[in-house]
Design a protein around this ligand. Structure first.
Ligand code: FE2
Length: 429
């Protein structure tokens, strides 16, 4: 075998029994998961009772804007709308080289954090499709160790911006994977509903998945998710559609939500919350009490709806923080949603791993024979400890190869009290 990871504790969603297992890897596939693997390998990692999970998956990100913080200026108000305006100011000054360079730098950060799959919304409202070309190039350059899925995202509105639909179609022809949208940003509710219809019909015709920024608003009457669920059901797109953000649901009437959630379940529409961004961008018009703005995560999970958490932004016009750490995302999601029960905390770990992988439609995801040999050895004993510590990623394995290592951060565990320098440098393959 190429690699054996011994003494691995698996996340509850991957474990078939109690106790540590050995994971055998050969030719970029997991070939054995057993308590005691007799085989030998060219390389071995002793996990020694630590958590070995499939890699983190970011279900919602903006890779064309990442690491552009401060260009051409910072977002003074910190609001969503100033962020959109600021991105509009930056767009004419973007170059393909700079976009590629920033995105590749972010991919290095991501891999070092055990984040090996990202769904990235790419703005298609620029006539040149500069960002589309750049991220297609990035997707190609990282393909040997990372999955990047691109969403054609009409940031300025499908109907509000002239030629946006044509540009979106061109982006799909160039190889962008998923159909995006932003119905709440169209001029009227009616235009928003019409954009959802047009985009769902286009996706059905092309056999593509759909992931729309949907109801990213504090307006309880922003109900495009209802329209998205209805068209998903009408067109038979079950299991291929996600609503991103859905923050208006936070403010909706409870009775209306009791009708809405079964509609989403019936249509197989998944939800993607973005806790770090929702908690900072929503509720901005409120005095006190201030709404949290994140969608109803525990209620949707209880209803059987698939829910993932996304990072959304890292150091861009909307968010000046972040480092590609999906455990930080899970940590914030847990707090905002008050998901502090043991099962609920584990569900937050699943929201940045298994659930996100399912929503992206990743093949061979998991820790089982036949799965792709992608995993991360965490300096934690279980999912809850991993979130608590934002645990060090001791080793990151992609396509059967160790692509990143970080030392244990014992200071965080307060075991010996001596801080250590963490090296996040990626040894790119
Ligand atoms: Fe977004």
């Amino acid at each position: 075998m190429d690699l054996i990871i011994r003494g691995a504790v698996l996340p509850r969603s991957a474990a078939r029994g109690d106790g540590p297992v050995d994971i055998g890897i050969d030719a970029a596939r997991i070939v054995a998961v057993e308590p005691h693997l007799a085989a030998q390998a060219r390389e071995e990692i002793n996990a020694d009772g630590l958590l070995v999970a499939p890699p983190f998956v970011d279900a919602h990100f903006h890779m064309d804007a990442t690491l552009s913080y401060g260009l051409p200026r910072v977002n003074a108000s910190g609001t969503l709308l100033e962020g959109i305006a600021l991105w509009g100011e930056l767009k004419p000054h973007l170059t393909q080289e700079a976009l590629v360079e920033r995105a590749l730098q972010y991919c290095d950060w991501a891999v070092a954090r055990g984040l090996l799959a990202i769904r990235a919304h790419v703005d298609v409202c620029d006539e040149r499709l500069l960002a589309v070309e750049a991220l297609l190039e990035v997707r190609r350059r990282v393909a040997s160790y990372m999955d990047v899925q691109l969403v054609a995202f009409p940031q300025d509105g499908l109907l509000r911006r002239a030629r946006a639909f044509d540009n979106l179609k061109r982006a799909i022809e160039l190889g962008v994977d998923v159909v995006g949208g932003i119905p709440h940003f169209e001029r009227t509710m009616a235009d928003g509903a019409e954009s959802v219809r047009l985009l769902c019909e286009f996706a059905a015709q092309k056999g593509l998945r759909v992931d729309m920024h949907c109801d990213e608003s504090d307006d309880p009457l922003s109900r495009h998710i209802e329209t998205l669920a209805a068209h998903t059901h009408r067109l038979g797109l079950h299991g291929r559609v996600a609503g991103s953000h859905l923050t208006s649901m936070h403010s909706m009437d409870n009775y209306y939500v009791s009708k809405l959630l079964p509609l989403m379940l019936e249509a197989g529409v998944a939800a993607i919350a973005n806790p770090l961004i929702n908690i900072t961008l929503q509720g901005r018009s409120d005095t006190y009490p201030k709404r949290r703005g994140m969608t109803r995560v525990p209620e949707m999970l209880a209803a059987g709806i698939d829910v993932a958490f996304g990072h959304d932004c890292v150091m861009d016009p909307w968010y000046s923080l972040g480092s590609g750490d999906m455990l930080e995302v899970a940590h914030m999601g847990l707090h905002v949603a008050q998901m502090t029960g043991v099962d609920a905390m584990r569900a937050c770990f699943d929201a940045v791993t298994f659930n996100a992988a399912r929503i992206l439609g990743l093949e061979g995801y998991g820790i089982a024979p036949g799965c792709a040999a992608n995993c991360v050895v965490l300096d934690a004993r279980d999912e809850v400890e991993a979130i608590r510590l934002r645990a060090a990623r001791l080793a990151v394995v992609s396509r059967g190869k160790v692509v990143s290592r970080s030392p244990a951060v014992r200071a965080a565990l307060a075991l010996d009290g001596r801080p250590q320098q963490v090296d996040f440098k990626l040894h790119r393959t």
